[in-house]
Ligand binder design. Structure first.
Ligand code: AMP
Ligand code: MG
Length: 343
């Protein structure tokens, strides 16, 4: 008989954004784990099954390969080449073309809150070089005028062109996409099931023994501990929060998620947004967009696109969650008094 126990398998290293607990691990079952640093993030990979070692190797290879395509700083990457070749078409990989196309479509779906053309805005704030600065409204306006997805031209045959002084940053969607691809690579290598954690992004895959669920803990923005857990099968659980990257100047905290209308860190009522669903790239983009838009926006978006569920912690420490999560989320012991409002 298989032994059942709760086993803390990931406490996301360094920043500990999401916590994951795996229920039911057979002691005889082969398990392989690895921790790597890529995509500016500590990444934990775990696979189970006879092919677990091969699977983890495949996931690592996939992550490194995709990082080389999506990096904004690696001079050989597709994104770097697009940004360096303004007003000229650049041939890119299928991955970069497909994700850029999806991101451009998501700009419309999110009513403009998700925008991959904010690289120069993020640069003004110093988020790209980690040399922080509060830009003037004039400088922001000048950069915003040259940004926008209407400056991205998707040609045929995987050619992309951006107009002068526009630059792409897929940082709000790439990790969700890469987690899906790494999971697919692990499945293809023969893993039975597993989990991958990229900072605030968790992706589980496969069927656990006896059909058991995964239990994913979501970090409280003010404490390195989970405030709520999500009980789920194969899916992505992706969190955006101001606490993930920010700086303080003259008593004000400026974070890395930008309202595309103002070019400034967004100021909605959300302090942490988690999106749960099958499509990691979609969940990742929506976590960013909902962080910009806030709770009412989430409710409205959800009524148009039912392919995701959400959990939002707002500034008053209330939890808003989509109704589909009823019975699937639980407050942790310390946060039992928190109010959950289902929408
Ligand atoms: P996430 O952690 O998924 O919310 O992504 C945040 C990252 O996405 C930032 O570090 C930026 O690279 C990028 N970003 C910031 N604001 C936006 C936005 N409004 N739309 C799309 N990407 C953004
Ligand atoms: Mg995102």
């Amino acid at each position: 008989m298989k032994k059942t126990f709760y086993n803390l398998i990931i406490v996301s290293a360094l920043i500990g954004l999401i916590f994951s607990f795996a229920g039911c691990t057979a002691s005889s079952e082969k398990k392989e784990s690895a921790q790597i640093f890529a995509l500016d993030t500590v990444i934990d990979i775990t696979a189970y099954g006879d092919k677990a070692t091969e699977a983890v190797y495949s996931a690592k290879a996939e992550i490194y390969a995709l990082e080389k395509l999506f990096s904004v700083t690696d001079t050989d990457s597709d994104i770097y080449r697009i940004n360096a070749s303004q007003d000229e078409f650049v041939k890119v990989s299928e991955d970069v073309y497909a994700l850029t196309e999806k991101a451009v479509n998501l700009h419309t779906i999110t009513e403009g809150n998700f925008d991959i053309t904010l690289y120069n805005v993020l640069k003004l704030w110093g988020f790209t070089a980690k040399e922080y600065n509060v830009p003037s409204d004039e400088d922001l306006k000048a950069v915003l005028d040259k940004s926008g997805v209407d400056k991205v031209v998707l040609g045929s045959d995987n050619y992309i062109c951006i107009t002068k002084d526009c630059a792409l940053d897929l940082g709000g969607i790439a990790k969700g996409y890469i987690a899906d691809k790494a999971s697919d690579a692990m499945k293809a290598a023969g893993a039975e099931y597993g989990i991958i954690s990229l900072g605030g992004n968790i992706r589980t895959f496969g069927e656990k023994p006896d059909g058991e669920n995964w239990i994913i803990g979501i970090r409280h923005p003010d404490a390195n501990e989970p405030f709520i857990t999500v009980i789920t099968k194969e899916c992505s659980v992706i969190t955006s929060g101001a606490y993930q990257r920010n700086f303080e100047k003259d008593g004000t905290v400026y974070h890395h998620i930008i309202n595309p209308e103002t070019g400034k860190p967004s100021d909605s009522d959300a302090v942490s947004v988690t999106i749960i669903g099958k499509d990691g790239a979609l969940c990742d983009a929506l976590s960013t967009a909902v962080f910009v838009g806030g709770t009412e926006y989430a409710e409205n978006l959800h009524s148009h696109i039912p392919d995701f569920e959400y959990i939002i912690l707002d500034k008053d420490k209330n939890v808003y969650a989509s109704e589909g999560l009823k019975g699937q989320i639980e407050l942790t012991e310390k946060y039992q008094k928190t109010n959950i409002v289902y929408k």
